[in-house]
Write a protein that binds this ligand. Structure first.
Ligand SMILES: Cc1cc2nc3c(=O)[nH]c(=O)nc-3n(C[C@H](O)[C@H](O)[C@H](O)COP(=O)(O)O)c2cc1C
Length: 546
């Protein structure tokens, strides 16, 4: 641990990037890369190029150029917060399986921030006329274009916007997109839908008061703080206190230079500003995390009043748009434990083993899987289905309960469960009047609905017809010994009992494998019977015998 971390008690963004580099989780690109046309498209291949999540890395671009032929000293970092769950875990400083409990603990035991004056984020101060003109203010920052060919501007994607409730002073922090308009102006989108942005609730209060809203965009904060931006916390809970709960230390905050907001002192870059409460400005097109292009719409105007940054600041950008993406990983890893805790701890449904938010293309909110323990009573399965669908207005359009042998991340496995374990007439419930949630603005209009599906086993079934585990494992050893092409086992890859199986049949199978099929034949010879229809089950014939 270096001395700065000791002083702070938690790593800042650059310590985090160094930790990723030490774990061989960084691609460092020193060749020139154009931020307007190449940079995000290049990182996108990591998510659309068949690279498994476990092999994804962060990208550090040290030689950033733009379409105007300019070069930037500030490196651009993409994927350092959540290109994979492993990267997120390193940022949280906990093992993967403790992410959920760490969040729940932090939310239940927040630690208030500590105001300091020695703020690395204010080493360089840009104000007044230095904010205006080409190469100045926002125009000096290497802000990439996320979806070249569709986006109308470079966008801040990793920015956490801080506002305060004018009545209580309690601050809110949320990750919102910020599109550049001029060197001293951007447009910000704070979602107005239910379950949308906390900053929007503050904006409405400022509108009532007739005062512009002070607002700050924080870039490259210590990761424990950054992870709070997309996290769903109740309104009136200060994300910086929950960040303190995550690190176990008060977060060092500093007062802004042009307003009273408190920002994380150890951030890379701070953009201070005022948000207009009367005029709105056209913003987007921009590639959104729901996987479609957000069409041009009116959003808030953020007038920059100051930019401050570290002397050697790094610029952090999140890759979002079509999922999987960094934006979906950062939410998935934090939301799944929230759902599990809600169902298990708040609603007391002990039979829920796991909650899986479906990620590829669907953006984690619309399709939710509940992995249930065996023999969970039907009433509990249905409480869980309803509970998951109603926790958040924008999550759970389709909620599907499955058994633990079904891998929700494997679509084939899910279809298998739907095909054999659910009867649509009995196990599906459709509920009307759901909010459309986070989705494309074009297409269907009006209210959406919810589909709940109980695709768990309702009765015992015969085993899955694959060789038993020990035979498949042995065969795999042989496969490798024979030098056949590398395998990527897909669940299910071995047979197992689904309840409808007997020790007697187990013995028959053992005899067969041992080469004694004739012994089995002698047994059935003794069981010959007449007067019944072919295809009568042995157990039914035995019942008739009784
Ligand atoms: C990369 C990224 C971009 C996001 N962009 C927006 C956005 O433009 N507007 C918005 O309201 N929410 C956006 N979100 C979702 C919010 O961050 C999320 O709803 C968060 O809980 C909002 O915090 P708040 O409820 O404290 O405002 C984004 C999330 C991520 C990870």
């Amino acid at each position: 641990m270096n001395s700065q971390i000791k002083k702070r008690g938690y790593p800042d963004f650059q310590d985090h990037v160094a930790a990723l580099e030490a774990a061989n989780l960084v691609w460092r690109i020193d060749q020139p890369v154009n931020k307007d046309s190449e940079l995000h498209a290049l990182v996108r291949w990591q998510f659309r190029g068949g690279i498994p999540e476990s092999e994804r890395k962060a990208f550090v671009f040290t030689n950033v150029t733009d379409s105007r032929g300019r070069t930037y000293d500030m490196p651009v970092v993409v994927g350092a917060l959540a290109a994979s769950a492993e990267i997120y875990r390193i940022g949280m400083g906990v093992p993967l399986d403790e992410i959920g409990s760490t969040w729940i603990d932090a939310i239940n035991h927040p630690i208030d921030p500590m105001v300091v004056t020695d703020a690395p984020c204010q080493e360089i101060v840009i104000k007044g006329k230095d904010l205006t003109g080409e190469g100045k203010g926002l125009d000096a920052l290497p802000v990439p274009i996320s979806t070249p060919g569709f986006d109308s501007a470079p966008y801040l994607t990793a920015a956490n916007f801080i506002t305060a409730d004018p009545d209580t002073g309690v601050q809110n922090m949320g990750t919102y997109r910020g599109g550049l308009k001029a060197s001293n102006r951007m447009a910000v989108r704070m979602a107005t839908r239910s379950g949308g942005a906390g900053g929007y609730a503050h904006w409405l209060k400022y509108q009532e008061r007739g005062m512009k809203m002070p607002c700050v965009a924080v870039l490259g904060s210590p990761p424990a703080i950054a992870y709070n931006g997309p996290q769903k916390l109740p309104l009136n809970v200060d994300e910086l206190s929950v960040a303190g709960g995550l690190t176990g230390e008060p977060i060092r905050v500093v007062k802004c230079l042009t307003n009273d907001l408190l920002v994380p002192a150890d951030s890379e870059i701070i953009i201070e500003g005022l948000v207009d409460i009367e005029l709105l400005e056209a913003e987007a097109p921009f590639g959104e995390s729901h996987g479609h292009i957000a069409l041009e719409e009116y959003n808030m105007i953020f007038e920059v009043t100051a930019i401050t940054h570290k002397k050697n600041a790094m610029f952090s950008s999140i890759i979002s748009q079509v999922t999987p993406s960094e934006s979906s990983v950062i939410k998935r890893v934090a939301y799944e434990p929230m759902f599990l805790s809600h169902l298990r701890d708040q609603l007391g449904i002990k039979g829920v083993r796991k909650v899986v938010l479906h990620e590829p293309l669907t953006n984690i909110r619309r399709v939710i899987f509940l992995v249930m323990e065996p023999e969970t009573p039907k009433t509990q399965v249905w409480r869980a289905l309803h509970g998951a669908a109603s926790l958040r207005a924008d999550c759970g359009k389709y909620v599907i309960a499955v058994n633990e042998d079904i891998d929700p991340t494997n679509t084939d496995s899910v279809f298998w469960s739907l095909a054999y374990r659910a009867n649509p007439a009995e196990d599906v419930l459709i509920l009307p009047n759901r909010d459309g949630g986070h989705g494309p603005r074009g297409g269907r209009k009006g209210l959406d609905s919810t589909m709940l599906v109980d695709a768990t086993l309702k009765a015992e079934m015969p085993p899955l017809a694959l060789p038993k585990r020990e035979y498949m494992e042995h065969a795999r050893d042989l496969w490798e010994k024979f030098g056949l092409p590398p395998l990527k086992p897909e669940s299910p890859w071995h047979g197992y009992s689904l309840g409808d199986w007997s020790e007697e049949w187990d013995e028959l199978a053992k005899e067969a494998v041992a080469g004694n099929y004739e012994a089995n034949g002698r047994r059935t010879e003794n069981m010959r019977i007449s007067g019944i229809k072919p295809e009568t089950l042995i157990r039914d014939a035995r019942k008739n015998d009784d």
